[in-house]
Every structure is written in structure tokens, then in C-alpha cells.
Design a protein around this ligand. Sequence first.
Ligand SMILES: Cc1cc2nc3c(=O)[nH]c(=O)nc-3n(C[C@H](O)[C@H](O)[C@H](O)COP(=O)(O)OP(=O)(O)OC[C@H]3O[C@@H](n4cnc5c(N)ncnc54)[C@H](O)[C@@H]3O)c2cc1C
Length: 454
Amino acid sequence: MTDWAAFAAELGDIPSITDRALVRQKSRDFFWYSPILKPLLNHKSADLVVCPRNEADVVATLALCARHRVPLTPRGAGTGNYGQAVPLEGGVVLEMTGMDRILALEDGLLTVEPGRRLIDIERAVAGQGWELRMYPSTKRTATIGGFVGGGSGGIGSVTYGGLRERGNIVGARVVSCEPEPRIRELRGDAVGRVNHAYGTTGIITALTLPLAPRLPWTDVVACFDDFMTAVNCGRMLALSDGIAKKLVTVVASPLPQYFRGMDVPAGKHVVIAMIAKHALVGWEDHLAQFGGTEILRRSTAEAEGNPEFTPVYEYTWNHTTLHALRADKSVTYLQSLFPADRALALVEETFHAYGEEVMIHLEFQRVAGAVTCSALQVVRFTTPERLNAIIADLRARGIMIANPHEYTLEDGAGHKRIGTEQPAFKREMDPLGLLNPGKMRSFVADQPPPASAS
Ligand SMILES: Cc1cc2nc3c(=O)[nH]c(=O)nc-3n(C[C@H](O)[C@H](O)[C@H](O)COP(=O)(O)OP(=O)(O)OC[C@H]3O[C@@H](n4cnc5c(N)ncnc54)[C@H](O)[C@@H]3O)c2cc1C
């Protein structure tokens, strides 16, 4: 049993939170999207939240946790969808938002502390003509460390692919969880050991990422009567290398009816995109070719800066599900990746297979250079058995499902990434198995020596 008052005292001047309600609040993320995860994770809570101000605070906290055999779960903004930041075994939540300094920016290469919000990174680098290559639709709340630790890709992935594509993250500084923590500098492909590892393989204290040249983006939305015409318009836009874009999304009717603040006529399917201002002529020609009707055009910067507007990216990726959930608590979602060579045929097949039970929402993106689409389908949930039957059926058709109703790396949205690198690195960085325990199911800790009394 840990004496939490004594533990907090041993932290010295490192800030911590003991208020039960606040600790519980900071032990949660968006796992409640899943009716399967909700009952499993709803009651979980840390015992203490520690708020490091710098790397030395992280090292001191990890040393203390290792000495007392206390589990520790890092947290950014807590917007993960699969309970990534939920401390299954209690202990310490390490809230990283106090570590938010830009450490270097030179020739488009940014080094930043993990707790900085993505929107604040963009604001800081804009003056030098740069922007993030990609960000999740939670850009206005999520942190860079949480995105790398628990996310996959998003706005910008239509050009640069996902976070895991070689070159998108080029460096990470990581602290191990041991009585005497070590700091490892990862470079290049080795950063994959902490990308989408849910914090199980060490605490990231700095990240180095290449940026993209900054462009003035324009939000556009177009309506279509026919779903497959909208899909073809989206796919060809994604493939049109002459039209600079940051986002290409297709949302099938009736999902746009859930979009508050975007007046989409009933029965219409929509293409949502972010197009560079200088490419709008190309967009207009493209839209005319497919017979779509533009219903919204606004500068993305204006939408971000004015509380009366919502930037269109906040209707895409996993925000689409959020809009549906706000209106109808009975829906949930899936995450699918369509093989590039059969994507359109499979999209059409699954559009007809389930009707409105599985409402289609596609995100076009590059995967290893090829343009394909992923889907975050919104599902009218009935029973776990039916949900699993839909997942099995989609898999049987050849569609990859990253199951968002599982919280472990192996069974859930991390299963394609875990490979052999992350478990081996975990043994090196967390031999006692204290980092976010329960998330890497296959890891068995070494027999630990008895905890020291100090
Ligand atoms: C409405 C909505 C839309 C979303 N859209 C997208 C999207 O477009 N693309 C996408 O990829 N995801 C998306 N997500 C999921 C989530 O927002 C992103 O993954 C986001 O980047 C997480 O950032 P965060 O700061 O909230 O991280 P958290 O949820 O706090 O943490 C995520 C994971 O990273 C770990 N972690 C945090 N900091 C560190 C650190 N310093 N060292 C090691 N591990 C750490 C945590 O333990 C946790 O496992 C969405 C979620 C919601 C609710």
C-alpha cells in the first residue's frame, strides 16, 4: 500500500494534484465513444496526478515510482479514444502539459517538448513560414506528445501519410522508468518504438519533427446527390498533385445532418476539403467535372480565429463521430483501412451492405505513397455480438479494422504497429512493467527485486 501523502512529500516542489474529483477527471479520455470500453474503464482512476515542469522533474518522478513500484501513466490532453491515457492500475498520472517549450526551430526542423498543444505549435512556427505536416482533428486541444504517443495521422495525411511514415518524426528523447532513470535519444526509424506505444515504452521529453511550408488554407464543402460520385470526386482530388490540399473527406448521408453549424440539405453526401488558396481554381474545375455544388468556402485561419465558426477539420476524422454522438448517444464507430487497389469497390460494396446501420465516412490519405482511404464508419449500436459480426464481416471482405473497442496495443488500434521493436524496447525502458500497465498485454515484467523502503 502506498502512503500517498508521503509519496507527494517525496516529490518535493514538483507540482501534484490530490483533489479526488480532479484526479478522476485527469484519469479519463474519450473511451466513452465505445459502449464496450465504457463499462470496463469508467471506474478507473489514478491516486495522484504529477505535473512535471521539465525533464528533471520527469526523471525524479520516474525514479520515485520505480523505487515504490508505483504504476505511472503519461497524459497529454486526454483526447485519446481507446483509454490510452486511463491508468488501469491506478498510481500516478503524469500530466505533461507543463512541458510546452519550443526547444529549436531551424531549416524547418522543430524540436519541442511533448506537452505543447498542436495549435500553439502552429502559432509559434507560422511567423517563420512553417506549419505542421499533419495534425489530428483535435488540433485545438491535443498535445504533440499525446499525438505521437497515441495518435496515427489526420489533416495533412493526404499529402504526407500517417505519423508512422518514414521521415515524419525524426527524433525523440525518452526517459526510462527505473530507480535510476536513463535518457535515450532515438533517431529516425527508432522513433517508431515510442510512436503509438501509449507511453508504455518510456516518457517522451522532446520530439523532433520536420515541418511543412506554410500555406493559406481554405475550407470548402461540396454536396452531391450520388454517393459514389462524391467518393470519386474525393479520390481524384486526393490524386490531383497539382492541387495543394491538406484534407479530403467524404461523408455519406445521413451523417451530415448531425453537423451543427454546417447546413447540408437532407439526403446529400458531402466532400469536405482544405485547399491552398492558390489552388482554388483547380478545385473549382475539379468540382465542375464531378457536378458537385459548393455550399461553404471560408479561410481556415478565419474559422479558427472566430468563435462563431468551426474549422471544417472539426467535422472530420474522429470529430465526425463526436457530432453524431452529441445528437444520438446510441451510435458508436469503427476504424477501417481500405486496401489501395480495391478501395473504391470495397467502399461501394460496404455502402450497400449495411444501409444506415453503418454510415460511411472516408478520409483519403497516402499509405506508403499510394492514395487510399480509411473509414471511421458511424455504427448504430445494438449489441456487442452484432458489432463483432460487422467487424468480422468487414475483415472477411479484405478491409483492415483497427478495433477501437479494445484498449490493448495488441488487440486494438495498435495491432499493426507493435511488431517486435516496441516489446523489446519496453523491456529495456520499463523492466518493472510500471508504465501504463495493462496496455501492452504481451509484456511480462521481469521478477522485480523487493521495493526499497526509501
Ligand atoms: C473528437 C476527436 C477527434 C480525433 N481525431 C483524431 C485524428 O484526426 N487523428 C488521430 O490520430 N487521433 C485522433 N483522435 C485521438 C486523439 O485526439 C489524438 O490521438 C491526440 O493526438 C491525442 O493527444 P492528447 O494530447 O489528447 O493525448 P492523450 O490522450 O493524453 O495521450 C495519448 C497517448 O499518448 C501517451 N502519452 C502522452 N504524452 C506522452 C509522453 N510525453 N510520453 C509518452 N507517452 C505519452 C498517453 O499515455 C496515451 O497513451 C481524436 C479524438 C477525438 C476525441
